[in-house]
Design a protein around this ligand. Structure first.
Ligand code: ATP
Length: 318
């Protein structure tokens, strides 16, 4: 499936035919995609699919064996990329910090390393909700607080581009919600965010575009809607139907089934009627149910189902 977004100089990131080997092992093969400026871009894949390697290439920490890789318009291999790096923030998968320093001291240290004025630290600590704990040793921080400190570090210097490698790993639901609320405020100033996560339910409503990696290759890319379309997984329509209306609903659905080559799976439980059908039959099912039902809702396939579907399809071909 081809990316639909424009492959122009406006891309924050552009990869063409990128491959990378570790010794004899090919970790990435012929990877091409674009990330538009201001997007929240989700990179997903099984363990070992190549996500962290891609991050390291995009950060200029590794050099691709072949292909071209431009980040913020600059070739990552060029000497000038050192300057571009200042526009980039990175929260690694395992953010390691110094336990016997305070949160404020850790952030100041990173500010010095990034040559960002220390005066920026107070606002960032405030943004990530650590002002009250700024004087405490990081040793006493919870996992969520450490991750928020890591995010503050990634946001030093107001970077245009931010890489977050499994940033919500180990956070509780409130911690995850807080983390994404901070990201929303970062997005509001136009920053591009690239994020990996294994918690697909968490990112499916939050990212603009997705790239599914499998075995070092791109298995699929697009918006969630495009990825769903590519997989054509069944969806479920649920509705409330009174006992009086139920025969009418079932008759209307039988008519839909008669006109479709795909199976319609209808089940009823008390007044709740549920129809599992192919995406192509969605409108016909809705048209059949709307006159005789209430509370009609469509449950599309989840990103997790889509991801597993692409994984299975990919494994079948390769
Ligand atoms: N420095 C290295 N030397 C040799 N092999 C490596 C090196 N770094 C990564 N690999 C291998 O490259 C492949 C891709 O690894 P990578 O860390 O990019 O995967 P990932 O998608 O980030 O996985 P995870 O979800 O587990 O973090 C894996 O098979 C890994 O073992």
């Amino acid at each position: 499936m081809k990316s639909l977004h424009a492959e122009t100089a406006m891309s924050a990131i552009s990869l063409r035919g990128v491959s990378h080997q570790f010794g004899a092992f090919t970790a990435l093969q012929d990877v091409s995609f674009d990330i538009g400026r201001g997007e929240m871009f989700g990179l997903i894949g099984h363990n070992g699919a190549g996500k962290s390697t891609l991050f390291k290439l995009m950060l200029g920490l590794l050099t691709p064996a072949s292909g071209s890789l431009k980040v913020l318009g600059q070739d990552t291999g060029a000497a000038a990329f050192r300057q571009t790096r200042r526009q980039i923030g990175y929260l690694p998968e395992n953010f390691v910090t110094y336990d016997n320093l305070s949160g404020a001291e850790v952030l100041q240290l990173f500010a010095d390393l990034k040559q960002v004025p220390r005066s920026a630290c107070a606002d960032l600590l405030d943004l990530v909700g650590l002002t009250a704990a700024a004087g405490r040793h990081v040793q006493t921080y919870s996992k969520g607080m450490r991750q928020r400190l890591g995010l503050a570090q990634a946001l030093l210097g107001e970077p245009q581009l931010i890489f977050l490698d499994e940033p919500t790993n180990g956070l509780d639901p409130q911690g995850i919600a807080d983390f994404y609320a901070i990201l929303d405020s970062v997005r509001a100033r136009g920053a591009t965010i690239v994020i990996t996560s294994h918690i697909l339910a968490e990112i499916q409503e939050r990212v603009d575009h997705l790239l599914i990696m499998h075995g070092g290759r791109v298995a699929a890319q697009g918006t969630l809607a495009e990825l769903r379309q590519g997989m054509a997984l069944p969806l479920t329509v649920v509705a409330s139907v009174t006992p009086l209306q139920q025969p009418l609903a079932l008759a209307a659905l039988a008519a839909v089934q008669a006109g479709s080559s795909e199976a319609l799976n209808v089940s009823t439980q008390a007044e709740r009627l549920s129809v599992r059908c192919a995406p192509a039959d969605k409108m016909a099912v809705l048209t059949a149910l709307l006159p005789v039902a209430s509370d009609v809702a469509v449950h599309e396939s989840t990103l997790e189902q889509v991801f597993l579907g692409y994984g299975a399809a990919y494994a079948h071909v390769h």
